[in-house]
Design a binder for this molecule. Structure first.
Ligand code: NAP
Length: 327
């Protein structure tokens, strides 16, 4: 590891973990629910806020952590539903400023059955709805939600916000923690951060951009916040095909170069599994992978343009300056 890497590792705050365990969830109450897409979209994504006051969660979560939701009812086998984790979408002081109201960004899972195993009916393509996401999205203000957590001790902002600059890369609902982090950095009681902050968001269509108006407002208000988005399924104004977040960064590398070559910079990636690979290739192509990822095995001796996804998955490890949360 280079000196740069070791001297600029972030010092993360101590995060509380599993104060409420999945077997004994506590009751929260919905205080807000609203769609948060950028107009009429084929997806349904909501911003849902839950009051957890009086529970061990209150005042004890940090931006970047997750909390659990246990949907009511039972599975087909008669057992209670398992807990599902949702990324916290608000700053550490909550939606209410006092740490009593936590929020997240559920997307309704709406899909068709498809045979997975030999024993599955090959003709069954009937509709199914994700249990927890649809429960959360159906909730109205005042409804009870069984919650657990918090969890996650690595995908956190450093204790000293101004000691680093930040590149946030999201796809879809992976934007949730970045809404909280942008609020934490710019609405902090001690004043807005002096750090450089860039957010890159990727969605299929422009109407799928989440919290778009909120990020536009931060970008208008703060010169040190830049917000870009990559739309994958729409043609661009010049007629070229849509693109992914990593391609947008590669094509506009000049915008990112100074930030990524600075030893102050931390990279946070959240969303779809595999979204980080193209970005790793760009870092390596520009000779600055060191510090963000450690490459071993066949990656070490291969030109980045020839890296295979399976090898990246196996042999590229993010360092302490690169936080990755992908499912
Ligand atoms: P979505 O709206 O479908 O958007 C995902 C975008 O990423 C699409 O534009 C998609 O393009 C693009 N994409 C696909 N493959 C990519 C790749 N290899 N590199 C870069 N971009 C790529 O997203 P979503 O349905 O909300 O899904 C978000 C995912 O994030 C879910 O899997 C969720 O579980 C995960 N997530 C994780 C966390 C966490 O880890 N804490 C939190 C929240 C969400 P095309 O579809 O056009 O190919």
């Amino acid at each position: 590891m280079s000196d740069i890497t070791t001297t600029h590792d972030p010092i993360l705050p101590d995060a509380q973990m599993n104060l409420v365990r999945p077997k004994e969830p506590v009751i929260g109450r919905v205080t807000e629910t609203r769609l948060c897409m950028n107009g009429k979209s084929a997806s349904y994504v909501r911003h849902v806020a839950i009051d957890v006051s009086g529970t061990p969660l209150a005042g004890n979560f940090l931006v970047g952590q997750s909390f659990g939701v246990v949907p009511p009812g039972q599975q087909e086998n008669g057992k209670p539903h398992a807990v599902r984790l949702y990324s916290i979408a608000c700053p550490s002081w909550g939606e209410d400023g006092k740490g009593n109201v936590v929020s997240t960004t559920p997307k309704r899972l709406i899909d068709e059955h498809a045979p997975q195993k030999k024993t599955d009916d090959p003709n069954d393509h009937s509709l199914f709805l994700g249990v927890a996401s649809n429960f959360l999205c159906d909730c109205n203000v005042g409804d009870e939600v069984m919650v657990t957590g918090p969890s996650g001790k690595r995908f956190l902002l450093p204790a000293d916000h101004n000691a680093h600059d930040y590149l946030f890369i999201a796809t879809g609902t992976g934007i949730a923690p970045f809404r909280g982090m942008v609020m934490e950095l710019f609405d902090h009681p001690d004043g807005p951060t002096t750090s450089q902050v860039r957010l890159v968001m990727g969605t299929p269509y422009t109407t799928d951009l989440l919290y778009h108006d909120e990020f536009m407002r931060y970008a208008e208000k703060h010169d040190n916040f830049k917000y870009d988005w990559a739309i994958s399924r729409e043609r661009r104004p010049d007629g070229s095909r849509g693109l992914y977040v990593d391609r947008l960064i590669a094509e506009t590398w000049d915008h990112y170069h100074d930030m990524l070559t600075s030893p102050r910079t931390l990279v946070y990636i959240c969303g779809l599994l595999g979204m980080q690979y193209g970005f790793y290739v760009s870092l390596a192509t520009h000779g600055i992978a060191d510090g963000y990822i450690t490459c071993t095995g066949p990656l070490a001796g291969t030109a980045p343009g020839d890296w295979q996804s399976d090898d990246i998955k196996r042999y590229a490890r993010p360092t302490h300056r690169c936080m990755v949360e992908v499912y």
